[in-house]
Design a protein. Structure first.
Length: 106
């Protein structure tokens, strides 16, 4: 199962980004294989609908779960339609590595 985590930076030592659509990077973690890639969010500078565009892009990469600190109101219906789980984590000082560690304990 692939999980996308909104990140402030391009390493596992960076913190989660509280913004989803305008986050700097997405850490894409494959829970089944343990593989990981870090991608620049191509929509981070979009003036409108960055969240919707990001959801569609991540869905095309078979993401099943999204983790960020906040999501815009238009994102939830699209996530429901695409059967993508949404996890809101409102702890800005949480490192990406800590999130991955928690995911591996499940």
């Amino acid at each position: 199962m692939k999980i996308a985590i909104a990140s402030q930076g391009n390493t596992l030592n960076h913190n989660i980004d509280l913004q989803f659509g305008h986050c700097a990077f997405f850490v894409i973690y494959d829970k089944d294989s343990g593989g990981m890639e870090i991608s620049v969010n191509p929509f981070r500078d979009s003036p409108k609908k960055a969240g919707l565009q990001a959801v569609k892009w991540l869905a095309s990469q078979n993401i099943k779960t999204l983790i960020a600190g906040d999501f815009g109101p238009k994102v939830q219906p699209l996530l429901d339609q695409l059967s993508i789980q949404l996890i809101v984590l409102k702890k800005p000082d949480t490192r990406i590595q800590d999130i991955i560690n928690l995911l591996n304990q499940q």
